[in-house]
Design a protein around this ligand. Structure first.
Ligand code: ADP
Length: 191
């Protein structure tokens, strides 16, 4: 018992050597209803079923806990993304494949994520605003269009077209399975 040093921060390579589990982050950006969570949860299950440590952080769900003090102002949205990026980076460091599904509407937010995460796959889940309004799985576009919700992304709050993404999944053109297959093929190359 005498020479054990408990406070040592474990080196990433040491961790990888022992656990054989390399962490990275797959971040899904796109309009609400573009298909981020649908694709991310499908991929999470695929990874778990193949024995990988994977975990989905859903932008909507973290607002009940980690980010429950935040509203939808510009500052709070940025803080929401910053916290998600910090948590994702910690999970990555542990060797987990982190999937983050969050609208992430601004280029500055996406730049911040790149600066925090070491191995990042930024996935732009693309669908036209018309398609998203037609899908409207939670009825939120309808409310935003009636003015019952203010500052809804794509309606009266901006969504900047991503410029620096690693993969684009066009859910207007391709169905869920085709999008998932494209992403799975991409991540095979980095695992
Ligand atoms: P987001 O997480 O981007 O807000 P969701 O995944 O919650 O979006 O909802 C997207 C909706 O669009 C779901 O009802 C899903 O079934 C539907 N959908 C239709 N085509 C696709 C596709 N190719 N990829 C993902 N979702 C799709």
């Amino acid at each position: 018992m005498s020479n054990i040093v408990w406070h040592q921060k474990l080196d990433k390579e040491y961790r990888l050597d022992k656990t054989r589990s390399r962490g990275f982050v797959i971040w899904f950006t796109g309009l609400s209803a573009s298909g981020k969570s649908t694709i991310a949860s499908f991929i999470e299950k695929k990874l778990i079923d193949s024995g990988r440590m994977a975990y989905l952080l859903d932008g909507d769900n973290v607002r009940h806990g980690l980010c429950s003090d935040l509203e939808f102002s510009e500052e709070d949205r940025a803080e929401n993304i910053r916290r998600l990026a910090e948590v994702a980076a910690l999970f990555e460091d542990c060797g987990v494949i982190v999937l983050v599904s969050a609208i992430t509407p601004l280029e500055d937010m996406r730049k911040l994520i790149r600066s925090k995460v070491e191995h990042l796959i930024m996935v732009y889940v693309k669908a036209s605003l018309d398609t998203c309004i037609k899908r409207d799985p939670k009825g939120l576009y309808e409310k935003a269009l009636k003015g019952e919700i203010k500052g809804y992304t794509g309606i009266d709050s901006p969504f900047e077209e991503p410029q620096d993404y690693d993969l684009i999944l066009d859910t207007d053109k391709y169905d869920i399975m085709a999008c998932a297959d494209k992403l799975l093929e991409y991540i095979q190359g980095v695992m």
